[in-house]
Design a protein around this ligand. Sequence first.
Ligand code: PMP
Length: 366
Amino acid sequence: MRKHIFNPGPSVLPVEVLQEASEAVVELNGSGESVLEISHRGKTFEGVVAEAKALVKELLGLGEDYDVLFLQGGASLQFCMVPMNFLNESETAAYADTGTWASKAIKEAKLFGKVDVVASSKAQNYNHIPKGFEVPGTAKYFHITTNNTIYGTQFHRFPESPVLYFADMSSDFLSREIPASKFDLIYAGAQKNVGPAGVTLVVLRKELLKRIDKVLPSMLDYRVFVENDSLYNTPCVFGIYVCLLTLRWLRKKGGLKAIEKINETKAARLYEVIDRHPLYKGHAAKEDRSKMNVVFTLSCPELEGAFLEACTKAGIVGIKGHRSVGGFRASLYNALPLESVTALCEVMEEFAASHQPSSKERVSGV
Ligand code: PMP
């Protein structure tokens, strides 16, 4: 029986996509070849890239002025590729530090230029999204992480940027309607909402390429990948094919508007259970709660093992929290069915009913 897959990434994919992908591994659309065997230079794969690209743009409502790249190296490579392409030694980039991934992006940017951390929630263990800060007009660009996978916080309103605007959207890419054209460059590892691990999507305003004024290694130069339509070297053929299937699935579901509604329902259901039982404590400030990664601890930490066991028994996998927060994290990406959230809520209800904490045992949350 299929499990309830709450993994933070790689994570759940639509069953239809898994079925179609597995058929294509044996034979791609009656072509006599497996998708694992086709040439990345052939017409078939060119069609896959072109359709996947067009779908990303269509879903985000972006036009001809944007390009979509399918790269490798994960979002982590983008942490360095972004400043390597756009930041020079004498320049300063503005970053919001909202979690582990944002701080890793900052660390890489410092290798290429100066970094102004214009906002940070580090002192509060990243339990909220900083607000009321300004991005200086002198910065080369401003970088945010739209959803903080580990801490379960999310930008629900994007701060204004007077300069080039870049975003790591790895864990909420294509999960909600966004004003995409506000951003000059968006990157995301595919392994949460778009496909399997091994593909990194970059959506960039073509005009941005004129701002790159240095010689770079080809594999780290956005211009090279735009000129070659993501096919400078051998790309992750199978991964991109599965991304295409997932993008088609998302469009069939009704696109971002429809998936956002479903994601909101899933998150609301889970947060409601967390808020109703004193046994559960949400990590993030309510107004900044992520609709993708729901992070919570138990007010009696000694019950964590028993809770995990109850989840495992119910076929729930992937909810153990990241070591920096502890507790639990339920990742509710696009392909996670509502039934899986219902199953988790049921376990939480039952567990809370049979393990009422006494007021003395309660530990105050952050
Ligand atoms: N950014 C965010 C927001 C992430 O959640 C992750 C991975 N969980 C990364 C970057 C790093 O991605 P990758 O492992 O693809 O390098």
